[in-house]
Design a protein. Structure first.
Length: 494
């Protein structure tokens, strides 16, 4: 009986526990509660993924009301895959979180962090599983509003400015999205994604639908930080508490990419909107610019969190580039890099959180000699960096290999060359870290420090080893990504 309600429990459990965390207030108790919830959601998402792979799409009608009168939760292969990514990252980050949170967030606000974390998790999971475009907007706002609060909890006063900038940009993005939804509703009379997939082709030639597509795309690209709409991201990642940075870098922008996938390949899948509107060339161009511009800026950063924030903008470019090919291999490359980059970037930011705990900062000078003073932490960060470069036997290699294949498949060998060339820039900024940590001695007056706490170290290494495992044995994730891409190109949620 409970198994039939897993789709709604996935969302309801963290939503119900959030106000309980707010009332309880004791930081240790609230952490245990939040940790339990995240691992429950991960277990549910794994169960749902297995069910989708074995039996096909899952449709859950809330209250027993069929769409369009009621709201449906719908899960296909791509949705189930992203659901596992979000819940897995949430679980590992929360296992890592306690000591980092106690060090970086004022004691009287720790309970508030866990409350916002649960709400953010609720919103991200809800976005992935809902089958209604307005319900998606509601979950998008739940995750966004809680993210603004979490970012603002950083001890550096600049965290408030970063959160405010994110709020402004995020609000603009959400407004654009809901205007697009309103225009589509005006033309179709429904908000259900499956219904819209059927109805949109009959009105796809109207200016209203073209305008709706423009609003939806710009709004979502603001949320996912596609260049040049990324201006909120560097400061948000730099000044947020380390736990927040690790969680948002691995999940928030990835779920926004998922929304774009739903818009392009599900809502407008039957009208081939990428080619019909010229959106394919626009996304491809912006993605390529992101690869080189963001990576170049990253090279000159002295704060490691800011460096990897710009790196995230470049990596989002890889994901969007894959989607812009609009082929099975291209879309699969985008989906697999969504998964791979979540692992890589969460590993790196959790490692930087370990350094923040012991050293007090993550500037270049703080990293001097850390390869010998915090060997396990630095090794995890280096493994993540190798994944960003795309070194063989790491997950990053799998992503870039499939991106290059997608480019060659369509005869776009200059694009393939640009993908390979952009990796050279990644080598430059990753080498800066290796050089500083292993080849430069620690300052003479540097205090003695010890390795990060075991819970933080183990969490970082779980993902570091996952980066290697899924790089060596990529069959499972690749098969899921290829099946998901095939599903998107042949009907999606229908």
């Amino acid at each position: 009986m409970i198994a039939a309600h897993l789709p709604i429990l996935q969302v309801i459990i963290p939503l119900i526990v959030a106000p309980i965390a707010l009332i309880m207030r004791d930081s240790r108790t609230v952490w245990v509660l939040t940790l339990s919830v995240t691992w429950v959601t991960f277990s549910i998402s794994l169960t749902l993924l297995i069910e989708v792979l074995d039996s096909g799409n899952i449709i859950y009608r809330i209250g027993g009301w069929a769409a369009p009168w009621g709201i449906e939760y719908v899960l296909d292969k791509v949705g189930a895959f992203v659901l596992v990514i979000v819940s897995a990252i949430g679980s590992i980050v929360m296992t890592y979180a306690r000591q980092s949170v106690e060090a970086e967030i004022p004691d009287d606000r720790i309970y508030l962090f866990y409350t916002m974390f649960l709400l953010c998790l609720t919103g991200l999971l809800g976005i992935v599983i809902t089958g209604d475009v307005f319900n998606l907007f509601v979950f998008l706002e739940i995750s966004s509003l809680s993210s603004y609060v979490m970012i603002s909890l950083g001890r550096d006063r600049r965290a408030l400015t970063a959160a405010y900038r994110y709020l402004i940009m995020g609000t603009i993005g959400a407004t654009f999205y809901i205007i697009g939804v309103g225009l589509i509703y005006m033309m179709t009379g429904t908000l259900n994604i499956a219904d819209l997939t059927v109805l949109i082709p009959s009105v796809s030639d109207s200016r209203t639908i073209h305008t709706a597509m423009a609003f939806l795309t710009v709004g979502v690209c603001l949320k996912l930080a596609l260049f040049p709409l990324h201006l909120w991201l560097p400061n948000a990642y730099t000044y947020a508490p380390s736990v927040v940075t690790a969680f948002l870098a691995a999940t928030a922008t990835k779920v926004s990419v998922y929304i774009l996938i739903r818009i392009v390949f599900t809502l407008f899948g039957d009208v081939n909107i990428l080619e019909a509107s010229g959106l394919q060339n626009i996304l491809m161009t912006l993605a390529i610019i992101a690869l080189f511009t963001a990576s170049t800026i990253a090279i000159f950063q002295n704060n490691m969190k800011r460096l990897f924030a710009y790196s995230s903008v470049a990596q989002i470019g890889y994901i969007i580039l894959g989607l812009s090919f609009a082929s099975q291999i291209g879309i699969a490359a985008g989906i697999i890099h969504l998964f791979n980059h979540s692992i890589i970037k969460c590993t790196i930011f959790m490692g930087l959180g370990c350094i923040t705990l012991r050293v007090g900062g993550v500037s270049v000078k703080d990293m001097c000699g850390l390869g010998y003073r915090m060997p396990w932490t630095m090794a995890a960060i280096v493994i993540g960096g190798l994944g960003l470069i795309g070194i063989p036997m790491t997950v990053g290699f799998v992503s870039k290999w499939y991106l290059v294949r997608a480019a060659f498949e369509q005869g776009m060998w200059p694009i393939a060359a640009l993908i390979i060339t952009s990796s050279l820039l990644t080598i430059v900024y990753v080498w800066r870290i290796v050089e500083t940590a292993y080849l430069k001695p620690a300052p003479k007056n540097a205090p003695n420090i010890k390795e990060a706490p075991l819970s933080m170290l183990l969490s970082s290494w779980v993902l570091a080893l996952a980066s290697i495992y899924f790089g060596v044995n990529a069959t499972t994730t690749l098969n899921i990504a290829l099946e998901a891409a095939d599903s998107l190109l042949n009907g999606g949620l229908k």
